[in-house]
Design a protein around this ligand. Structure first.
Ligand code: SAH
Length: 346
């Protein structure tokens, strides 16, 4: 029988499971704390759990622990990129960043991605599989253990489309946010999506205080369709409606990501059209010059034009920042490091 994934269980599931093994319910809390707060990597470290129960656990369940296979540190800003190997041999990447307001980790949500965005390296080989909640949590747990530093912010902006793996992402957020876990506040968790409207609406119903980031990248459907296949499924109008719904349910300001590609989406008119689209929303725009990947012909917008684009949005009353690029010297863009590692090892 396939072993159960202990680290993907929320507390109520773990309680039920421990009771089903014939043990006391309160043991589940102890075990949960070992897993999600003390970040143990094997059952023997759970010293207040009886040997009998530990044996039952190790016979029937598995403890997912990621294996670090590569670590790169940026000379520019100290950003660290990690490659982790999963139990089935797949590798995923995660990023550790230091900011004034605390340390942040960017996690992957899938092995590969099937969204097909034209500028993105993660999607070049398609989707291999979803990550489990435990595998997403483990990226943060291992980075905490390796760096010895406290993580205060988490962004789900690595490889993969989180809303293509919705149930596991929700579990991940609940465990990460739990008091008996790392207790990272919902407000310090950001989930970024290419705009899967049905799932945005589902998440809105949860009324969590997490930040929703939308990879918009275009002011109209024509340009968006040329950049992102998902635009053929959901229109910008539908995305805006879902964002308004999310805001009404949660009171959280929406964050729009806009990667600037030379001569594709970076003109003055594009900025004016974008401003018109979002001017009545409580939102924020994050501009980032596209990070060119060798497999595609997109070029990044030059810094002075990024500033022009920003000024034009500001003139029209939009909150906007230019995202500070971190770790560009260590293949900071989504999926680049994993791709080159796979190419070296195949
Ligand atoms: N699938 C999710 C999250 C992962 S991508 C999403 O689409 O939001 C995280 C962000 O990086 C997205 O805004 C994505 O569009 C952007 N991105 C991916 N590749 C990029 C590149 N080469 N240059 C700039 N931004 C990129």
């Amino acid at each position: 029988m396939e072993k159960l994934d202990l680290k993907s269980m929320e507390i109520n599931e773990l309680e039920e499971y421990i009771v089903s093994l014939g043990d006391k319910k309160f043991r589940a809390k102890q075990i949960y704390t070992w897993l999600h707060q003390r970040l143990v990597t094997n059952f023997d470290e759970m010293t207040d759990i009886s040997k009998v129960l530990r044996e039952k656990l190790s016979n029937n369940t598995k403890l997912i622990v990621l294996k670090p296979v590569k670590e790169l540190t940026s000379k520019l800003d100290g950003t660290k990129k990690f490659l982790f190997e999963l139990d089935d041999g797949n590798v995923i990447e995660s990023v550790f960043m230091r900011y004034k307001h605390g340390n942040s980790v960017c996690v992957s949500s899938q092995v590969g991605c099937r969204m097909g965005c034209r500028f993105c390296a993660s999607t070049l080989d398609g989707l291999t599989r979803n990550l489990t909640a435990s595998e997403i949590l483990e990226q943060i747990y291992r980075i905490t253990a390796i760096t010895g530093e406290k993580i205060s912010n988490v962004v789900v902006m690595g490889s993969g489309e989180p809303f293509d793996n919705y149930d596991n992402i929700l579990k991940f957020i609940r465990i990460l946010n739990s008091e008996m876990g790392l207790n990272i506040s919902a407000r310090n968790i950001t989930v970024s999506t290419c705009g899967i409207v049905d799932k945005i609406n589902e998440l809105a119903k949860e009324k969590l205080q997490i930040t929703l980031a939308i990879s918009l990248h275009a002011p109209n459907d024509t340009i968006r369709k040329s950049m992102m296949p998902i635009a053929n499924k959901y229109s910008i109008a539908q995305i805006m409606e879902a964002c308004n719904n999310y805001y009404q349910n949660t009171g959280r300001r929406i964050s729009f990501e806009y990667s600037l590609v030379q001569d594709v989406n970076d003109s003055k008119d594009n900025a004016i059209e974008l401003a018109g689209l979002i001017k009545n929303m409580n939102c924020h725009v994050n501009l980032i010059p596209v990070n060119p990947i060798k497999e595609r012909d997109y070029k990044e917008t030059q810094p002075q034009f990024v500033k022009h684009f920003k000024n034009m949005l500001e003139k029209n009353g939009i909150n906007v920042t230019i995202r500070r690029e971190m770790g560009r010297d260590i293949q900071g863009a989504c999926g680049q490091l994993r791709k080159s590692y796979k190419e070296e090892h195949s």
